[in-house]
Design a protein around this ligand. Structure first.
Ligand code: NAI
Ligand code: MG
Length: 361
């Protein structure tokens, strides 16, 4: 039986996770899912219960699980802790120990929410693109780094962008494989015109494509142009693959095409094992929303859609993932909205109520 570790975390994490659990129970009946759920503490909740943001035992359970579903971590209660003891450390540790190098950030516009976009509704209606961001390399991690005195009252700061062939190829492979299950098109993005890492990126992606994925359409695009194209004509994209830095920017830009933080899921994947199974962690893009925590009004859909990604990418349960996404669309179509999405003419519902309606659908 597939083992899923649930880490609800802090703030609204437990509230939204409770709805996902109930919907998962319904899916177990309707779609024959056979999952064993375990729960653990992460972030501030783990600091309070176990004295550290990620207990060793929880980490071991994450390593042994087939997938991890995380709510959110952090909150004012733990803000004054030193940097290396903060709740957010748990996320970095999980990513590192699970070897999660590919961050998947879909930007999907559910038609009833097309008006919430930062763009004109007609530009985004039906939008469904996926950004694959390299997550463990590049300028955020490259050595040397640091700030040094260079005399004359001047200081110099250094961050180095480093990528190896292997780091580029493994994330590009994720993008190509995803594309095959979607629109079969990949845009690879870098700055090969001004960066050596961009030159290597383009060469490795091109070579991997020729060797193993020439059934997928591949286009190269400079990252600045990609940023522009995302707001000009976002529906031209299917899968975008890019490095850590550009991926950080482009995925946040793409997120705003959908307009609502409460709707954005994500997945982080590691290398496949001998059975082709990847370590994986799924989580909403939003944080713990301390301003609304405990009120029963948080939008559970980002976490639910993260769970749907888990069904699709970790367990090949595309049918159940489709059922979840279809139910979300129908509930939104009926005008039901948590407060973050309420517009004139829609009906305000609670976290629990929208969860109930999704189960019914
Ligand atoms: P946030 O995403 O928690 O909240 C930003 C705003 O969006 C707030 O007004 C919040 O009420 C609203 N919001 C977020 N998710 C929502 C949802 N599902 N339904 C309805 N409204 C929602 O970001 P913020 O305020 O910058 O950070 C709060 C805490 O969360 C901090 O401690 C931060 O470090 C942590 N955080 C954790 C993340 C994670 O666990 N991956 C990611 C981002 C922030
Ligand atoms: Mg960012």
């Amino acid at each position: 039986m597939a083992k899923i570790l649930i880490l609800p975390g802090d703030g609204i994490g437990p509230e939204v996770m409770a709805e996902v659990r109930r919907i998962a129970d319904t899916l177990a009946e309707t779609h024959g899912l056979a999952f064993e759920f375990e729960e653990g503490n992460v972030g501030g909740a783990a600091i309070d219960a176990e004295g550290a943001p990620l207990a060793e035992e929880t980490l071991q359970r994450a390593l042994n699980a087939d997938a991890v579903l995380l709510g959110a971590v952090g909150g004012p209660k733990w803000d004054s802790l030193p940097f290396d003891q903060k709740p957010e450390r748990a996320l970095l540790r999980l990513r590192k120990e699970l070897g999660l190098f590919a961050n998947l950030r879909p930007a999907i516009v559910f038609d009833p929410l097309a008006d919430a976009s930062s763009l004109k509704p007609e530009l985004v209606r039906g939008l469904d693109l996926m950004i694959v961001r390299e997550l463990t390399g590049g300028v955020y991690f490259g050595e040397p780094r640091g700030i040094e005195d260079i005399g004359g009252g001047q200081r110099r700061a250094v961050n180095t962008q480093v990528y190896t062939s292997e780091e580029i190829r493994r994330v590009a492979a994720v993008a190509f494989e995803l594309a095959r299950k979607r629109g079969n098109r990949v845009v690879s993005t870098e700055k090969a015109n001004v960066m050596e890492t961009g030159v290597l990126w383009r060469e490795e992606v091109t070579a991997l494509h020729a060797e193993s994925y020439n059934d997928v359409s591949l286009e190269h695009m400079y990252a600045d142009n990609c940023a522009m194209q995302l707001v000009r004509q976002p529906k031209q994209f299917d899968v975008i693959v890019t490095d850590n830095l550009f991926g950080d920017m482009l995925s946040d830009e793409a997120a705003m095409l959908t307009g609502s933080l409460g709707m954005l899921p994500s997945a982080s994947l590691g290398a496949p094992d001998a059975q082709g199974r990847r370590k994986a962690m799924y989580e909403p893009v939003h944080g713990s929303a301390p301003d609304i925590a405990g009120q029963g009004v948080a939008n559970p859909l980002a976490t639910l859609l993260s769970f749907a990604m888990m069904l699709r990418y970790s367990f090949d349960h595309g049918d159940a993932a489709d059922a979840v996404e279809g139910a979300v669309t129908r509930v939104l179509d009926r005008g039901l909205r948590t407060p973050d999405l309420v517009q004139p003419g829609t009906t305000k519902v609670s976290t629990r109520e929208i969860g109930d309606e999704i189960r019914r659908e």
